[in-house]
Design a protein around this ligand. Structure first.
Ligand code: UDP
Ligand code: LCN
Length: 805
């Protein structure tokens, strides 16, 4: 489907029926097409098509029955010239087909993704289609791996692998034996052999040894420590790692016997979850401003830093607990590798090693970027400009990492496009499993960022970034996402990863199969909010009451030139609160505009904004400066100085936690108005404090919040409607305080059920073992894919990156 292999049966029938109906009713067809062509644009997006169809149906409801209207509703894109209209049809999640309709003859055909992309390139550049354009196509490598079949399974790759591969592997015991035994013998820690010694060489031997070992073990008290059992167990070929005491050892051995007899996916997962194979992890977040203070809220420094620091704490705890349970007395290590920035601007980003608070052994390890002449790069540079430095950084960072850990890490986790590319380079060199975390993929954030890449090149260098994304996604052993829709979207919207399936960078290359969202490498493992900082407002005894005077001053004190604009005239009103980096996509200025224009909302609540700087001079970022100017313009235009408090300061975490709770004390709400939000940590922070949320329906919040139950979705493209909705809800809450309480309680319950770091760390550690195991015992190593990616890296990425230095 959509991969050049031709239409399936369902689509063939759909095309035939559509063709017949268009010809049978040419009048209807022309009225519908006339509406679309009347927009007079070569490229129409789903929203343009939906709006045009909706307007038409309002005038002529009978056209609703037309197969053409129904098809247009399923289209994500239309591309139009004088003769043809090409349609990108998405019948289901991740199911893409392309059709082409001749405007005069109404001839309708299926076309390949390559043909569709070629037509787009021709219209975008005005040049003839290039029949020899480089096509990137990952489908030939599909045979190297299994593929999910059901939409509902997307993002549950770990479970799928265990299901599909365990029976295959163990069905043929003879074949599975060798790799399994090798796997159990390969684990070592500080020269200590773990799990099995070399004396067991067949599965029969292993079974016998397990049975023999279990006999005395069953007679021993549950708490007998490994040390007392070691001599006997070693006689049968067992080394440490099975458990710290008799009960746990029995369980682990029992699980393995079960697997050898009849492998169930659950038993396999439980068993692998116990194998001591993760002692140290390297987490890569190269672009910088990675620190624990004075970094948040800057351009490029947002949720990724918060996410990683909280993740490190949770992972360290989980690793330690698992090692202890298995009887391994070793402190796990987690290192976050980032850029050392000599011009650190009051942060600690010029410090080589910084211990991470709340951990025993984790640290931030900083290594400078070096230029091609070997000099250290001194100032901060935006994440869009780091590409030429990554290769040298990979080598320098590898050296530092090996020295710091005293050996290779057991897992490398990349973050964001630059970290994931770096993870591909380092994991490949070190022969370690690679996990990717995107946080946010830039491509779907900006309209036509691929097609018109040249227009954005000066500012964003997307050609390099999208190439890096393609390489890193396909190189990763597994990919962790925060939501389902990050991978595959919804019935109506395209997933972030899905948007890499087909795209084109005219003049560079076109991608006819970039990533497959049915790949079992995808796993949804949602993050949480730090429970020590973001706890419910009702837990009075934990509240940071000493911060109350500061918060009072922050909210109601005098304006501070250059730091705070606006003085709220009344203290008795609920507050609408928002906090974000001040970039365009966060749409804080949009919220200000909606608020300014909506009398009903201004009636219900005042607005508090924590974002960016109030003084444009204080910002080094073009986009942020544009937004600052816009904010001031809106303050003046709508006369907001007594109703909006704009705090242009970086607030530290404990203060933000208490701020959410103070807003909840006053029965206020949090607003996340982004045009698109990949996940949205502020939403779960607010909900964890019991503060009800209104959040964008584009991106993660759509999945986090159940609309009308644990908060509300708002559509940032329809600001007036969003503002009215907020006003109605706040009015409802003012009239009936139980409504506010219900929202608050449901939000807290949602967080507890789905968004905690405890759950995240547990799952990630299990997945690391599952993918490590399968990488070892099957051909998931994917040598052929790696070779292809190396070509892409050498021939596309490197020359593009080199132009940026
Ligand atoms: N944040 C903060 N101070 C600020 C702005 C943001 O502490 O002035 C924190 C906020 O609490 C959240 C993170 O930065 O933890 C932003 O993460 P989110 O996922 O909402 O957005 P991102 O910035 O990653 O796009
Ligand atoms: C980046 C983003 O843009 C946010 O939506 C996420 O919440 C954050 O990273 C953490 O993953």
């Amino acid at each position: 489907i959509g991969d050049g292999s031709g239409p399936d049966r369902e689509l063939t029938q759909l095309i035939a029926a559509l063709r017949d109906s268009m010809r049978a009713e040419p009048g209807v067809t022309h009225r519908i097409l006339h509406r679309i062509l009347g927009l007079r644009r070569a490229f129409l997006l789903q929203s343009d098509l939906q709006d045009a169809v909706a307007r038409l149906l309002a005038e002529e409801p009978a056209l609703d029955a037309s197969p053409l209207t129904r098809t247009l509703r399923q289209c994500q894109e239309a591309v139009i010239d004088d003769t043809w209209i090409y349609l990108a049809l998405r019948r289901r999640i991740a199911c893409w087909d392309y059709l082409r309709l001749h405007l005069d003859t109404l001839d309708l055909h299926w076309v390949s993704a390559a043909a569709f992309l070629g037509f787009k390139e021709h219209l975008a550049t005005g040049r003839p289609e290039d029949p020899f354009m480089l096509e990137v196509d990952m489908t030939p490598f599909d045979r190297e791996r299994d593929r999910l079949r059901e939409e509902g399974s997307i993002g549950r790759g770990g479970e799928f692998l265990n299901r599909s591969l365990s029976s295959r592997l163990f069905a043929d015991i003879g074949k599975g034996a060798e790799p399994l035994l090798r796997f159990l013998r390969m684990h070592r820690c500080r020269d200590q052999q773990l799990m099995l010694d070399g004396s067991i060489s067949t599965l029969g031997d292993l079974r016998n040894a397990l049975r023999q070992a279990l006999i005395p073990l069953r007679r021993r008290p549950a708490q007998t420590p490994w040390a007392e059992l070691a001599a006997e167990l070693r006689n049968h070929g067992f080394e440490p790692g099975w458990g710290k005491e008799a009960a746990r050892i029995r369980d682990t051995m029992g699980l393995l016997l079960d697997i050898l007899e009849a492998p169930s996916p659950q038993a396999l997962e439980d068993f692998l979850g116990r194998v001591p194979m993760i002692f140290s992890i390297a987490i890569l977040s190269p672009h910088g401003w990675f620190g624990q203070s004075n970094v948040l809220g800057r351009p490029d420094t947002g949720g990724q830093v918060v996410y990683i620091l909280d993740q490190v704490r949770a992972l360290e705890q989980e690793m330690r607990q698992r090692l202890q349970e298995q009887g391994i007395d070793i402190e796990p290590r987690v290192l976050v590798l980032t850029r050392l920035i000599p011009e650190a601007e009051g942060s600690l980003c010029n410090q080589r090693l910084e211990p991470i608070a709340g951990t025993r052994n984790a640290a931030i390890l900083r290594v400078p970027f070096r230029t091609s002449s070997g000099e250290e790069l001194r100032p901060w540079i935006s994440r869009f400009r780091v590409w030429p430095y990554l290769e040298r950084f990979a080598l320098d960072a590898e050296r530092e990492l090996l020295a710091e850990l005293g050996g290779r890490p057991d897992l490398i986790i990349g973050n964001y496009s630059d970290g994931n590319l770096l993870a591909s380079l380092m994991a490949d060199r070190l022969g370690v499993s690679q996990c990717n975390i995107a946080h946010a993929l830039e491509k779907p954030k900006y309209l036509f960022s691929d097609l018109y890449w040249g227009d954005n090149e000066q500012r964003y260098h997307f050609s390099v970034q999208f190439t890096a994304d393609l390489i890193a996604m396909n190189a990763a052993d597994f990919i962790v996402t925060s939501t389902y829709q990050e991978i595959a979207g919804t019935d109506h919207s395209v997933g972030q990863y899905e948007s890499y399936t087909h795209f084109t960078l005219p003049g560079l290359y076109r991608v006819t199969a970039g990533i497959d969202v049915y790949d079992p490498k995808f796993n949804i493992v949602s993050p949480g909010a730090n429970a020590d900082v973001y706890f419910p407002f009702s837990e009075q005894e934990r509240r940071l009451s000493h911060l109350q005077p500061d918060i009072d001053d922050l909210l109601y004190g005098d304006a501070r030139p250059g730091q705070i604009r606006g003085v709220l005239a009344r203290r008795d009103r609920p507050l609408l609160f928002t906090m974000a980096r001040l970039d365009r996509i966060k749409n804080i200025s949009g919220l200000l505009d909606w608020y300014g224009q909506c009398a009903a909302l201004r009636e219900q609540a005042d607005l508090v904004v924590v974002a960016g700087h109030v003084d444009a001079e204080a910002s080094a970022d073009d986009e942020e400066r544009e937004q600052i100017t816009e904010m001031h313009r809106l303050f003046d235009r709508h006369g907001l100085d007594t109703q909006v408090r704009w705090i242009g300061m970086h607030l530290d975490k404990p203060l933000t936690g208490e701020l959410y709770r103070c807003i909840a004390d006053g029965r206020g709400a949090f607003v996340q108005p982004a045009l698109f939000e990949a996940f949205g940590l502020t939403v779960i922070e607010a909900m964890s404090c019991g503060l009800p949320c209104f959040a964008t329906c584009y991106g993660g919040p759509l999945e986090i919040i159940q609309d009308g139950v644990s908060g509300y979705h708002i559509d940032p493209n329809h600001g007036a409607k969003a503002a009215r909705r907020m006003a109605e809800v706040l009015q409802h809450c003012a009239e009936d305080s139980s409504h506010w309480t219900q929202l608050s309680t449901a939000g807290l319950a949602r967080i507890e059920a789905q968004y905690t770091w405890r759950h995240h760390a547990r799952r990630l550690m299990t997945l690391a073992r599952i993918y490590g195991f399968w990488r070892h015992v099957t051909d998931l190593d994917r040598a052929q894919t790696r070779r292809y990616l190396q070509l892409l890296y050498g021939l596309q990425y490197r020359p593009l990156a080199a132009t940026l230095e």
